[in-house]
Design a protein around this ligand. Structure first.
Ligand code: AVJ
Length: 322
């Protein structure tokens, strides 16, 4: 197992925090939710009944393990299974087990922005599936994509589960999908999860739990600025607020200042003023339907090979080729 870290990360964090908190309206990127605390809060979110996404995708992969696995199967030289945003690998393990037990010659390459998540996963797999070759890597999607081009000797299957693409607005999603396509050869596949449009209240509830786990997750970005950049945010003075627009399919998270205040961030030599009820936009969680996914694929030069859904049709996993 090898783990490579991106040294650029802290500079990116500083620049993006400066950019976001000096803009109007203010924003921060959800990719910075995921430190040790954020990872563990996200684990808690995935275990909440209201956060249906995880259960639906687990249902899909467990009901169609063989069909999906056989789509992945290579004809000659073996295959690289590359997962972007691997997280804890609970859903992926279903496929890893199937492939291990059915004579696939493959290596598993999980890539995640969270060093902590990648290390935990690699350690866990070393115990649970000792025969599996795991080559883990830490990095951001867009950085890592460049390096995937060097992977072209064997068949490659790229997986992006959890509707992680939903954090990107459509133009960025097209950019991301296009780059994935550019890293693919004709036999390669992309297996990706897209949370579907549904009863708006169901979506809102997934991001608005009464216990405040999602609120803590959202506010963790402030805690992280405090710790890593010497900020003095008081997270209690911010309120988590979620909206869902059924027309665009976009769920949006905000942190709302409940009083006027000044916040100082030492490492940025920056003081940020908040008016009472001023917002920081922190995340989008885009919801999709077949039409939108077909459009995204077309714009990115990808073709949909097949798709799988759960009993309630809350969630879909699509298989793409170039
Ligand atoms: C991991 C990006 C798919 O947007 O649903 C969960 C993150 N944010 N609760 C999502 C998240 C609030 C999640 N993704």
């Amino acid at each position: 197992m090898t783990t490579k870290t991106q040294p650029k990360h802290n500079t990116n964090f500083k620049n993006e925090v400066t950019e976001g908190l000096t803009s109007f309206p203010k924003y921060l990127s959800s990719k910075y939710f995921y430190d040790k605390k954020g990872d563990s809060l996200f684990q808690d979110i995935m275990a909440m009944p209201d956060y249906y996404l995880t259960g639906c995708e687990f249902e899909i992969i467990s009901n169609h393990t063989q069909t999906i696995g056989e789509l992945f199967r290579d004809r000659e030289n073996g295959l690289d299974l590359i997962e972007l945003g691997a997280g804890d690998g609970k859903k992926t393990k279903l496929l890893l087990k199937y492939m291990s037990e059915n004579n696939f010659n493959f290596i598993y390459k999980p890539i995640d922005i969270s060093e902590n998540a990648v290390e935990l996963l690699a350690k866990n797999l070393a115990v649970e599936m000792p025969a599996l070759t795991v080559d883990a890597e830490v990095g951001e999607y867009f950085e890592v994509l460049e390096r995937l081009k060097g992977f072209n000797k064997r068949k490659k299957v790229i997986m992006v589960l959890g509707s992680n693409i939903g954090n990107l607005k459509h133009p960025k999603a097209i950019d991301f999908l296009t780059k994935l396509k550019d890293s693919m050869l004709p036999d390669d596949l992309l297996f990706m999860g897209f949370d579907q449009k549904k009863e708006p209240q169901t979506i809102l509830n997934a991001y608005n739990d009464p216990e405040g786990i999602t609120a803590a997750f959202n506010k963790n970005i402030l805690t992280r600025i405090n710790r890593e950049l010497g900020g003095n945010f008081n997270p209690e003075k911010f309120k988590h607020w979620e909206v869902y627009d059924p027309e665009t399919g976009t769920a949006k998270s905000f942190l709302v200042a409940t009083e006027a205040m000044d916040v100082t961030i030492e490492a940025l030599q920056l003081t940020v003023h908040f008016d009472k009820w001023e917002t920081i936009h922190t995340e989008i969680s885009q919801k999709y339907d077949d039409k939108i996914v077909r459009w995204l694929a077309q714009e990115s030069g990808l073709t949909i090979v097949s798709s799988f859904t759960d009993e309630q049709e809350y969630y879909k996993n699509y298989v793409f080729k170039k």
